[in-house]
Design a protein around this ligand. Structure first.
Ligand code: HEM
Length: 462
């Protein structure tokens, strides 16, 4: 009977039609704060011809994350990626094909493979930081963006691209990136110069990868990169069990890069800013941990050494809680569903609504994470373990059916970077602690410089 009495979510009245879209463009964070203050965890904002229903906090999020693709669909809301990723992959194919392509991702990102990528994380990061002087100033976001495109090209696109075509391919990816504007979400095919350059870059990438793939197949050489995993993959339940076309491989590589690149470099930067700003606690704990790992295992950084760095891992997770780069996750409800708020109110979200979950907003609910604005990595350790009290409390990597497949890859890469920096440098902030730049699609810190001094932890007698 509860079910029958349940009503549609309250409509956030403060934002009529045009107001809705304006507020939305001005800042979804403000819109959510106002809607939450007035209506609580569930409310609907009409924007243009759509109804957007917000589900804020773990209590009302389970269906969003657990429902199957037919009920809670990503295709309609993430379709704007199609010109970037290309035809025939991910959001341009039906659920069955997509499920198989996601199996290829899963295969490429399983532990046995991750183990092989770690040496590349290490060698790229070592070479990159070797170019820093004994002292200097850098913007962490910028530096890590450069480093991560290097490691991504090595572990993802392979040795050939990294060694022979890095600059060219990096420029093409830059054009793809620059073609992903806020306006592209609503109008991905708008004939603007950025979109034309994006389309040219996508075609050129396909030609380049075709050549690389053909040469690799012809030489019989096998490499330990994600490109190789995609070359080796076969569809099972669709397309008569064939291998991937070169263009599909290109598309999956681009999709992987878009999922993992900015998210990882941004999270590396926030982790650094927080550790530097919390020298006596977060930095000290991670530094002590490096001394212990160095003493016990020597200087080699491999998957096992990284697995022992719990303090560093918690610093990363806490940075990701406070500033998740993907601030909103979207679905289209293709079937009505009901939710119950923590106050016991039941609502039926009608079929056809666009549904939003928000890591950035939900992570700051004091009922879920006490003192939500404070950087407290211990909240993830026993006895607190605040992320484990209710499922879908920590959603920096999403969760459930479409939870991030690259979270382990990301942790290993970020931990490699910060292990090397903790061992070899000291830092201080030059500028005030950065704010988040909510103007971009993937949200990172505004520019903020740090000063570094080289020093070797293991030269200090550990
Ligand atoms: C999905 C965050 C790194 C691959 C997701 C989702 C989030 C996320 C929130 C869920 C999206 C949704 O529900 O709509 C992050 C963050 C990262 C990161 C914060 C870094 C700190 C990576 C990396 C890779 C990757 C490095 C690959 C190498 C994927 C894939 C999915 C995904 C394939 C789609 C899973 C699916 O839809 O079933 N990620 N990600 N991510 N991520 Fe990540």
């Amino acid at each position: 009977s509860n079910q029958l009495n349940a009503k549609a979510p309250p409509v956030f009245e403060g934002v009529p039609f045009l107001g809705g879209i304006l507020k939305f463009v001005q800042g979804p964070m403000k819109l959510m704060a106002e809607g939450y203050a007035r209506h609580g965890e569930v409310f609907t904002v009409p924007v243009l011809h759509k109804n957007i229903t917000f589900l804020l906090g773990p209590c009302v999020s389970a269906h969003f994350f657990k429902a199957n693709d037919e009920e809670m669909s990503q295709k309609e809301v993430y379709e704007f990626n199609v010109p970037t990723f290309g035809k025939g992959v991910v959001f341009d194919v039906d659920h069955k094909v997509r499920a198989e392509q996601f199996r290829f991702f899963a295969e490429a990102l399983k532990t046995a493979k991750l183990k092989l990528y770690v040496p590349h994380f290490v060698s790229e990061a070592e070479a990159y930081f070797a170019k820093w002087g004994d002292a200097g100033e850098v913007d962490l976001s910028k530096a890590f963006a450069e480093l991560i495109i290097l490691t991504a090209s090595r572990t993802l696109m392979g040795r050939e691209v990294r060694e022979n075509m890095f600059t060219q391919v990096a420029e093409l990816f830059h054009d793809l990136d620059a073609g992903m504007l806020p306006v592209s979400v609503l109008f991905p095919y708008l004939p603007i110069p950025q979109h034309r350059r994006r389309d040219r870059a996508r075609e050129e990438l396909s030609r380049i990868f075709s050549k690389v793939i053909r040469a690799r197949r012809a030489s019989g050489a096998r490499e330990d990169d994600i490109l190789q995993c995609f070359i080796d993959s076969r569809y099972e339940k669709v397309y008569g069990g064939r291998a991937l076309t070169d263009d599909e491989i290109t598309g999956l590589l681009i999709a992987t890069l878009f999922a993992g690149q900015h998210t990882s470099s941004i999270t590396s930067a926030w982790t650094g800013y927080f550790m530097i700003a919390n020298k006596a606690t977060a930095w000290a704990a991670a530094e002590a941990e490096q001394r212990r790992v160095l003493a016990e295992r020597g200087p080699a950084i491999d998957i096992d050494a990284l697995g022992e760095m719990d303090a560093l891992q918690r610093n990363i997770t806490e940075a990701l809680r406070l500033f998740p780069p993907l601030i909103m996750l979207l679905r289209q409800a293709n079937a009505a569903f009901s939710v119950e708020t923590s106050a016991g109110r039941r609502h039926v979200v009608p079929k056809g609504h666009i549904v939003f979950a928000s890591p950035a907003f939900s992570h700051r609910l004091p009922a879920v994470f006490p003192q939500p604005d404070a950087f407290e990595p211990e909240r993830f350790a026993p006895p607190r373990e605040e992320d484990k009290v209710a499922p879908f409390s920590f959603i920096g990597f999403g969760g459930g059916r479409h939870g991030c497949m690259g979270s382990n890859f990301a942790y290993l890469q970020i931990k490699t970077i910060w292990s090397l920096l903790l061992r070899n440098f000291e830092f201080e902030l030059v500028d005030p602690f950065p704010e988040a730049d909510y103007d971009s699609l993937v949200v990172g810190p505004k520019p903020c410089r740090v000063r570094y001094h080289r020093r070797a932890l293991h030269a200090q007698g550990i």
